[in-house]
Design a protein around this ligand. Structure first.
Ligand code: TXA
Ligand code: MG
Length: 335
């Protein structure tokens, strides 16, 4: 892969640059954010495509770069709970979850404060905003050096696999002019997106999207089960608008819960699957499987060249819930 040096001259030719996180990188990336440009950066879950969350035009260019349906709201990344308080009313339940899981892979959907200066676009017309404190030194330093709350969905074209390596971002988005920099922080340690929790006023905490923090861990802290989103919400894009049925889609057709390698196809294994083309975790470790999921799906998709990919059964416990959720979407019928 070409690593492009940061320089003025290269700007005309290479609009998006893969840069190592030196001090100049942070200065340049912070200036780009303040200037309304986009910066892709690593978090512990996946790479994010970031913009100054108070800048309408910058946020709009995220939707543009991803080709994302405009009804889909974005997560805003903040430094800590105090930073979050500037934008949202934190309910007692929100305080409890933030204390337990921030910084980390948990996103809280909170009521926007009346004086909230975040772009209305990040909320896509709702009166709530999704906030997260990332547990990653590069993400944190980018927030600190820019002074911005950073709106960032995963840094992939809409509907495609989420990026867990900087090279994935290069593959998907480097031709986008809005994208000023891609900061390379190596592979993401968790590898699936954050768990999204809705906190409706007076209602129970709701699991809007399974993710990097397992349901059981959250329920243990709450001392109560998480509610499910309203019946249609999970698939029709209303109560959690990001949860489109087909998402994270590879090009190859995907068959789940497979016990054998499909004829002429490939197998993404889990556990003791010696015939697998690639194995998410040969020891059956769900954490390792989550970290490998998107990178292995990408690699197999390239190798498959249209042939089917089968995936071994993954137990639906702990991080398995998020992995199965992403696999189900990747296998769903496409439009
Ligand atoms: O791990 C992650 O969450 C990554 C990294 C970059 O932080 N970000 C990410 O963002 O996955 P995105 O935009 O791809 O997913 C945001 C999810 C979507 O399912 C969206 O519908 C939901 O959060 N969401 C955002 N704001 C919401 C809101 N106000 N109400 C309900 N759901 C919301
Ligand atoms: Mg995404």
């Amino acid at each position: 892969m070409n690593k492009t040096e940061f320089s003025q001259e290269s700007k005309a030719i290479v609009t998006a640059k893969l840069v190592d996180p030196s001090q100049e990188t942070f200065d340049a990336a912070a200036a780009a954010l303040q200037d309304g440009k986009l910066v892709a950066f690593p978090t512990e879950t996946v790479y994010g495509l970031g913009a100054d969350a108070t800048n309408d035009t910058a946020v709009a260019s995220i939707f543009e770069a991803k080709g994302r349906p405009s009804f889909n709201p974005l997560i805003v990344h903040v430094a800590d709970l105090d930073h979050a308080r500037r934008f949202a009313d934190i309910s007692p339940l929100g305080e409890k979850l933030a204390a337990a899981f921030w910084p980390g892979g948990l996103t809280l959907v909170l009521k926007r404060r009346p004086d909230c200066v975040l772009s209305l676009l990040v909320s896509a017309g709702l009166d709530t905003v999704a906030l997260r404190v990332p547990n990653h030194p590069i993400a944190q330093r980018l927030i600190a050096s820019s002074g911005c709350a950073i709106a960032a969905p995963s840094a992939n074209p809409s509907g495609k696999l989420s990026p867990t390596h900087a090279t994935h971002v290069v593959e998907g988005l480097s031709d986008r002019e809005e994208l000023a920099y891609i900061i390379d922080g190596g592979p993401c340690s968790l590898g699936v997106e954050s768990t999204v929790i809705g906190l409706p006023e007076g209602g129970p905490a709701t699991l809007l999207r399974p993710g990097a923090v397992a349901r059981a861990e959250i329920e243990a802290h709450l001392g109560a089960p998480l509610a499910e989103p309203a019946a249609q919400g999970a698939t029709d894009g209303r109560s959690s608008p990001g949860m489109l049925a087909s998402h994270y889609a590879p090009d190859a057709p995907l068959r789940l819960d497979a016990e054998t390698v499909p004829k002429g196809g490939l197998l993404l294994g889990f556990g003791n699957t010696p015939d697998a083309t690639a194995n998410l975790s040969s020891t059956g470790d769900l954490k390792e499987a989550a970290a490998n999921l998107f990178a292995m799906l990408r690699a197999l998709d390239m190798q498959a060249d249209g042939r089917p990919i089968a995936v071994s059964p993954i137990p639906n416990e702990g991080l398995g819930e998020a992995i199965n959720d992403r696999l189900k979407r990747a296998a769903a019928p496409r439009d």
